[in-house]
Design a protein around this ligand. Structure first.
Ligand SMILES: *Cc1c(COP(=O)(O)O)cnc(C)c1O
Ligand SMILES: [Zn+2]
Length: 433
C-alpha cells in the first residue's frame, strides 16, 4: 500500500509524502487527509481475519483500533504503535432511551469505555504512533478537555513528552486531572483558544514539537475504527442512522470517511445516514447547513456540554462533504434537552457525559419531526464517560444546575439524595412502601 497526504480542497488536491510534518496544505491552507493506493482488500477474507483477531492475545489484535489496521495503513512498522487497548467498546441497548427518543429500539455505541474515557483514544493511538514514527520527542495540543487527557496518556505510554496548552481560567477539572496524572506538562496561557493555537503552531515548528490537535489527519484515521468496529459488531449490517454529537467535527469527518471507504471497498452494501447534533449555544454547523452561504463561526460559544463548546470547528469542510454524501442531517438541541436526555441514558444503567447525550436529545427531536422513523435502525454514539463531569450530574439531580446564561435547568428526571435521621423506624417507613 502506498500512503500519502492529500489536500482535501477539490481545486487543489496537492499531494505530500506521508512522512512530512504537516497540519494544513502548504499550497492552499486546506485540510489534509490520508489516502491509500494499492491492491483492493478482499472483503470476505479480511472480515474473517479481523474476527479471528478477537481471539488473539497480541496487543495490536486486542486493540479495537489496530485490529483493523489494514483500513488505515499509514505506518511503515507496527513497532511505532502505542496501544492501551483502546476501542473494543460495546453496543448497548437502552429500552427507556428508545421510548424517550421515539424509537422502537436504539443502540448506544459507548466510546466512554475507552482507556481515558472518550473516543479521543481511538484517534490518539494513531496520532501518537505517527509522532513516534516521525522521530518526534514531544507532542502538544491546545485543549481543556478529553483531547488533553487522551494525548497525555498515549504520549506518556509511548515515551513521548506531552505538553498541554490551556486557556487561563478555563479549566474543566475532571479532564485536567487526568492530564496531570498522566504526566503532561501543562501551560496555562493568558489568551483565548484561537490565540493559543496560533502561538503553539509557531512554537511547534521552532521547537520540533508534533501537534496532535483535532485536524491531525492521523487522529481522523484512528477514529474511523469507531464505525468499522460498529459494522463488525453488527456482522457488517449498516444501521439506517448513526447519530453523533458535533463539536470540532473531526468525528463526523472520520465516520463519513470510514463509511465511504467501507462502501467503496465492498465491505458494506449501503451507506447509513449521519445525524450530527450540536448544542444550541455552539451550533455554527447547524446554522451553516440551514442557511448555506459562508461559514460563520460562533464568537462566544456557550453550553454546559464542554466537549462540544466549539465556535469555529476546524473540520467543517470535511463534515459538509460527509453529511451531504450520507444524506445526513444536522440538528441542534437545548441545554434542557441535553440534560434530560442524559438522565434518561443514566436510567438505562449506561450513563455518559453531557456532550454525548446530545445524541438522544437530537433523536427525540428528529423522530418528532418525522425525519427519523420510529422503526428505524439507529445507533447513537456516546462519546464520553459518565464520570468526566460529576458536578453537572450532582447539579442536575439536586436542582442546582444552571445553563450558561444563568437560568435554572429543571431536574425533570431528578434523583436527589434524601437525608434521613439515624432512626431505623423512620428509615423503615421511608423504604417500606
Ligand atoms: C471531542 C468530543 C466531542 C466532539 O467531537 P468532534 O470530533 O470535535 O466533533 C464530543 N463528545 C466528547 C465526549 C468529546 O470528547
Ligand atoms: Zn491545498
Amino acid at each position: 500500500m502506498q500512503a500519502s497526504l492529500i489536500c482535501f480542497e477539490p481545486q487543489c488536491r496537492s499531494r505530500f509524502p506521508i512522512t512530512e510534518v504537516l497540519y494544513n496544505c502548504p499550497v492552499c491552507g486546506g485540510l489534509l487527509e490520508a489516502v491509500y493506493e494499492g491492491d483492493r482488500l478482499e472483503p470476505a477474507h479480511w472480515k474473517k481475519v479481523w474476527r479471528e483477531r478477537r481471539l488473539s492475545n497480541a496487543p495490536l489484535d486486542q486493540s479495537g483500533v489496530w485490529r483493523y489496521r489494514e483500513l488505515f495503513p499509514f505506518l511503515d512498522s507496527d513497532a511505532h504503535v502505542v496501544t492501551l487497548r483502546e476501542g473494543d467498546t460495546p453496543l448497548l441497548p437502552g429500552p427507556k432511551a428508545s421510548a424517550y427518543g421515539g424509537l422502537d429500539r436504539i443502540v448506544f455505541k459507548h466510546q466512554g469505555f475507552n482507556p481515558t474515557g472518550s473516543f479521543k483514544d481511538n484517534g490518539m493511538t494513531c496520532g501518537a504512533a505517527q509522532a513516534r514514527r516521525l522521530g518526534m520527542k514531544r507532542v502538544a495540543c491546545v485543549s481543556t478537555g478529553n483531547t488533553s487527557a487522551s494525548m497525555a496518556a498515549y504520549a506518556s505510554a509511548g515515551g513521548l513528552e506531552p505538553i498541554i496548552f490551556i486557556p487561563h481560567g478555563n479549566i474543566s477539572y475532571g479532564k485536567l486531572a487526568q492530564a496531570l496524572e498522566y504526566g503532561a506538562r501543562t501551560l496555562q496561557v493568558e489568551a483565548n483558544f484561537d490565540q493559543i493555537l496560533a502561538l503553539v503552531r509557531v512554537l511547534a515548528e521552532k521547537l520540533g514539537i508534533y501537534l496532535l490537535n483535532s485536524i491531525n489527519p492521523f487522529r481522523i484515521e484512528g477514529q474511523k475504527s469507531i464505525v468499522i468496529e460498529m459494522m463488525d459488531q453488527r456482522d457488517w449490517n449498516p444501521p439506517d442512522w448513526i447519530v453523533l454529537p458535533g463539536g470540532n467535527l473531526g468525528n463526523t469527518s472520520a465516520f463519513g470517511k470510514a463509511l465511504r471507504e467501507l462502501h467503496a471497498g465492498g465491505f458494506i452494501a449501503k451507506m447509513p445516514r449521519l445525524a450530527v447534533i450540536q448544542a444550541e449555544g455552539a451550533a455554527p454547523f447547524f446554522d451553516f447547513m440551514q442557511k448555506g452561504g459562508e461559514f460563520h463561526p460562533v464568537i462566544h460559544p456557550a453550553t454546559l456540554a464542554t466537549a462540544i463548546k466549539i465556535g469555529d470547528p476546524v473540520s467543517w469542510p470535511k463534515a459538509l462533504l460527509e453529511v451531504t454524501t450520507s444524506q445526513g442531517v444536522v440538528e441542534k438541541v437545548s441545554e434542557q434537552e441535553i440534560a434530560d436526555a442524559k438522565a434518561v441514558i443514566g436510567q438505562c444503567g449506561i450513563g455518559c457525559e453531557p456532550a454525548s447525550a446530545a445524541t438522544l436529545a437530537g433523536v427525540r427531536k428528529l423522530t418528532a419531526a418525522g425525519v427519523i422513523l420510529p422503526d428505524a435502525d439507529v445507533v447513537a454514539v456516546l462519546t464520553g464517560n459518565v464520570l468526566k463531569d460529576p458536578d453537572y450530574i450532582y447539579g442536575y439531580h439536586t436542582g442546582s444546575l444552571k445553563d450558561p446564561a444563568g437560568a435554572a435547568i429543571r431536574s425533570s428526571f431528578g434523583n436527589a439524595p434524601t437525608v434521613v435521621p439515624n432512626d431505623p423506624a423512620a428509615i423503615e417507613r421511608l423504604l417500606g412502601a
